[in-house]
Ligand binder design. Structure first.
Ligand code: PEP
Length: 253
């Protein structure tokens, strides 16, 4: 049984005051929730604040990106050891916004994945197709390639502590969501691909869905057999909505 996982991706949003308010509400409202793992990913600059404010709760915190390098002349970058010092236990990698806006490619994402695993930070490998790729029938092949490059570079064993997030690019921040059936088909395919390398890892790994998840669609998505929770962007900034998503998820399992 895979314990459901909900990760909030704040993207480049927040302020000291807003974060404090958001964290206060979600940590108070979710205090009795036992059955699911909850993670928030603030901008890295706020990691110390988030660590401190969540210290007496079960809510964990993660980062939205990390450097593939350990230290040195990489202006503007943040290393895995820095994240580790701030109690960060997850890191999003290969988010479609980073692939599109910052030209991250599969090989670089694999290097980041490897750095995260070495630092004992769980990588959340984001994969997904664009609308035109879906319309051309390329969804499965695009995602298979994104995952294969990482497996070939870091080895399947590194996936033992990883999470895969299926995020159709056309559903991110658009209000459009994959139907539960569309998402389930992709999740099952991802699990099948991983099983070709290692059945145990494929059975244990969390494959979560992201793309305009909200309190109204979360349950139907997360009830699918191969959907183990969600990566929540916009709705994770709204405390009521995020709490309802977590509560709805908790009811299923
Ligand atoms: C995301 O940023 O990973 C995401 C899924 O965003 P949204 O929920 O806003 O679509």
């Amino acid at each position: 049984m895979r314990q459901p996982l909900i990760i909030g991706n704040w993207k480049m949003n927040g302020s000291l005051t807003e974060n404090e308010k958001l964290l206060n509400t979600i940590s108070t409202s979710l205090i009795t929730i036992e059955g699911i793992e909850i993670v928030v990913c603030p901008p890295s600059l706020y990691m110390a604040q988030v660590k401190q404010q969540l210290s007496k709760t079960k809510i964990k915190h993660g980062a939205q990106n990390v450097s593939e390098f350990q230290s040195g002349a990489y202006t503007g970058e943040i290393s895995t050891s820095m994240l580790g010092e701030l109690g960060c236990c997850f890191v999003l990698l290969g988010h479609s916004e980073r692939r599109a806006l910052y030209h991250e490619n599969d090989a670089q994402i694999a290097d980041k994945f490897s750095a995260a695993v070495k630092a004992n930070i769980r990588p959340v490998l984001c994969v997904g197709e664009t609308l035109s790729q879906r319309q051309c029938g390329e969804t499965f092949s695009v995602i298979a390639k994104q995952i294969k490059t990482v497996i070939e570079q870091v080895g399947i064993e590194a996936f033992a502590q990883a999470v895969v997030a299926y995020e159709p690019v056309w559903a991110i921040g658009t209000g459009e969501t994959a139907t539960p059936e569309q998402a389930q088909a992709v999740h099952a395919n991802i699990r099948h691909q991983l099983a070709e390398y290692d059945v145990n890892i494929a059975n244990r790994i969390h494959i979560i869905y992201g793309g305009s998840v909200n309190a109204s669609n979360a349950q139907a998505l997360f009830m699918q057999q191969d959907i183990d929770g969600g990566l929540v962007g916009g709705a994770s900034l709204n405390s009521d909505e995020f709490v309802k998503i977590c509560q709805a998820t908790n009811e299923i399992f």
